[in-house]
Design a protein around this ligand. Structure first.
Ligand SMILES: [Zn+2]
Length: 385
């Protein structure tokens, strides 16, 4: 039993004194004056649900933006996630959605306990049209697919029929989510306002994904690509640096989620492309005002995974405030990922994924330094002593 602390209700945002009783991998009771066999003293602390990063790349630390992508053996790429996953657990992150890079073997390794880490939902590759982000092509040699591997299928498609086929390839290889790139990238600095696929292609992707019990997450910086994706029924817009009124209106109407990944522009604003830190915060404010649901995602290793919880601080500062930012990283994130019946809040029957923080403040600044203990599946996986 976790006794004598305060508990953050991630559904309502309220904080109140309560004990929490765990049994196996579950929370079995939350209330005042409970009893249990083993007592963990939580006095002076705040219990929050395990954090959920809805946009991370756990297997790309060794390859992103470097030449090693082509020289590393396939296994090395996946094994590079081992220390990353340990870092995430230490920071209280108990579930992640990998926005490409991790294969289904890594998800299995965590499930089997071969590797310690948060639960992983995988998307394998970022699918996209010819010349898009996932199209590894150089003028001198043509296609050089540094990530090519039967477990990481070919992500390039053109046309609605091919869109259905690429979803089938990803599902066959174990994808939980379909990740599509609808604009260019901030890092490469090109095509951020482009719309890199047609309405028919996006609709086909969504339809086929839904038919297979999957959902589509969309990399989009520009407003027009985000608007098109929302109208086609995509489940979440990632980054959204340049969202405008029309885009957030389309998202609000369709119930599309927004995962801003503010770490990309807010962590080092001096080196972010001109005007993007302000534009990004503006996009978040527009989304909040329009009633677009927001969930936390970092896009790390754009920043080191040790900084994962800084994203909650950026969300708070961009307009969510401390309580909504914490909800974005817990209950709202669980809803986006479709796991809210199982986790994302401290409530009876939910999975025992919890973080004990020093002090009862909900202020997100310095969150990582306040972590006293982390439980994942009812077991202590990190702690100060
Ligand atoms: Zn990303």
């Amino acid at each position: 039993m976790l006794a004598g602390g305060a508990v953050f209700d991630a559904r309502s945002g309220a904080v109140s004194r309560a004990d929490v009783v765990l049994a196996g991998d579950r929370i079995v009771a939350v209330g005042v004056g409970l009893s249990g066999d083993v007592v963990v003293d939580c006095a002076g602390g705040l219990l929050v649900p395990g954090f959920i990063d809805c946009h991370t790349h756990v297997s790309l630390t060794q390859t992103l933006g470097s030449a090693t992508a082509v020289t590393l053996p396939r296994s090395a790429r996946q094994l590079s996630a081992v220390p990353v996953l340990a870092t995430l657990l230490r920071n209280g992150v108990t579930t992640v959605r990998d926005a490409w890079g991790a294969d289904a073997g890594l998800r299995l390794a965590v499930r089997q306990g071969w590797v310690a880490g948060p639960d992983i939902l995988v998307s394998l590759r970022q699918v996209g049209t010819t010349g898009g982000l996932g199209d590894h092509w150089v003028a001198s040699q043509g296609t050089v697919d540094a990530f090519g591997d039967p477990s990481m299928p070919d992500p390039v498609f053109d046309g609605p029929e091919a869109a259905r086929a690429v979803v089938r390839r990803m599902v066959r290889a174990g994808a939980d989510w379909i990740k599509v790139t609808a604009t260019g990238s901030m890092a490469r600095g090109v095509g951020v306002h482009d719309v890199q696929l047609t309405r028919a292609e996006m609709s086909a992707l969504v339809d086929e994904a839904v038919n297979r019990g999957r959902r589509v997450m969309v990399h989009a910086h520009g407003a027009r690509a985000a608007e098109l994706a929302a109208r086609a029924g995509a489940h979440s817009i990632e980054h959204g640096v340049f969202l405008d009124e029309a885009a957030v209106a389309a998202m609000a109407e369709a119930g599309t989620w927004f995962v801003p990944t503010l770490s990309v522009t807010q962590a080092d604003p001096e080196h972010a492309p001109e005007g993007t830190p302000e534009a990004h915060r503006h996009a978040v404010r527009l989304a909040v005002r329009a009633g677009v649901p927001i969930a936390m995602g970092t896009d790390n290793p754009v920043r080191p995974h040790t900084e994962v919880l800084r994203e909650i601080e950026y969300l708070a500062l961009a307009g969510l405030g401390p309580v909504e930012a914490l909800r974005a990283a817990t209950w709202q994130a669980a809803r986006l990922l479709g796991v809210a019946d199982d986790r994302g809040e401290i409530a009876e029957g939910k999975r025992a994924d919890l973080v004990l923080l020093d002090g009862t403040s909900v202020e997100p600044a310095g969150l990582a330094d306040r972590i006293r203990a982390v439980w994942h599946n009812g077991r202590v996986v990190a702690g100060r002593d």
